[in-house]
Design a protein around this ligand. Structure first.
Ligand code: ADP
Length: 257
């Protein structure tokens, strides 16, 4: 817990100066803590797959693998962990670029429904694999000004989660509607496991996971929603989450038309 450094003795000019100093010192302290925490998280996330890669390759090198099948199994595991590291590094770089605004968005006028439907199409095989029913109800007249690739990335990440955290045979519903004259809402609802109420405010923080141990095995990087949040903000939009545990999750993206 952070403690103020300068005691404030009076409400005069010096007192106010001390107060301002304390506020600034606290902000610097908190930023420092965030950086440390971020670094600790990155190290942890990389260390886990790395130790698998090291362990499995050592087993092969030490001749512990007797059959061809066994060898293939180990190489497959190494490949899977390398993939995890690759996704992590990709998402980290992507997030850093978005936060720094180092790559300007390529904004054009987009028929929002087309982007939504195009992205959903790419997910057909995954939806079929999990026997998930998807209902799509998108208003074809909504035009937004946005970066097509980035908007697709938003829908991609949200659909990815909806599918990942919804059991076989579940339902996903995607709706796009106007909200007043100047804004629109994209709603992605799933019938999955949901998120506890007290965890909702943390969604979108880097590496936040509701169930750390379990979700890590499911292949996510823990950066998907942080990336979504950045992209939405760069489009002057907002994102909100609503959820009921065991019933499902609803994500609402609100954007200017
Ligand atoms: P991850 O790569 O772990 O999915 P995200 O940033 O995309 O990272 O999501 C952060 C966490 O939020 C997830 O680990 C999961 O616990 C929770 N979450 C996100 N979307 C959903 C959803 N549709 N249903 C249930 N939980 C979700």
């Amino acid at each position: 817990e952070y403690e103020a450094q300068i005691p404030i003795q009076a409400d005069d000019e010096i007192g106010r100066l001390a107060k301002a100093f304390n506020i600034m010192a606290k902000a610097i302290y908190e930023e420092d803590m965030r950086k440390r925490e971020f670094l600790a998280n990155v190290s942890h996330e990389l260390r886990t797959p790395l130790s698998y890669v090291k362990g499995y390759s050592e087993a092969i090198l030490q001749g512990m693998v007797k059959t061809k099948e066994e060898g293939k199994k180990y190489v497959k595991l190494i490949h899977r962990e390398a993939g995890r590291m690759e996704r992590l590094v990709r998402d980290l770089l992507d997030l850093a670029r978005l936060e720094e605004k180092s790559v300007p968005l390529q904004k054009t006028l987009l028929v929002f429904a087309q982007v939504v439907e195009g992205t959903i199409e790419k997910y057909e095989p995954f939806l079929q694999e999990k026997a998930i029913t998807i209902t799509v109800d998108v208003n074809p007249d909504i035009i937004i000004e946005g970066d097509a690739d980035r908007i697709e990335q938003v829908i991609h990440n949200l659909l990815d989660n909806a599918i990942r955290y919804t059991p076989t045979g579940g339902e996903i519903c995607v709706r796009l509607t106007p909200a007043g004259n100047e804004r629109c809402q994209l709603v992605i609802r799933d019938s999955g496991k949901g998120i506890p109420k007290d965890k909702l405010p943390f969604l979108g923080q880097r590496f936040f996971r509701v169930d750390a141990a379990r979700t890590r095995t499911e292949g996510g990087t823990g950066l998907g929603l942080a990336i979504v949040k950045q992209i939405v903000q760069l489009h002057h939009g907002t994102i909100t989450f609503a959820s009921e545990e065991g019933k499902g999750t609803e994500v609402v993206i609100d954007l200017p038309i």
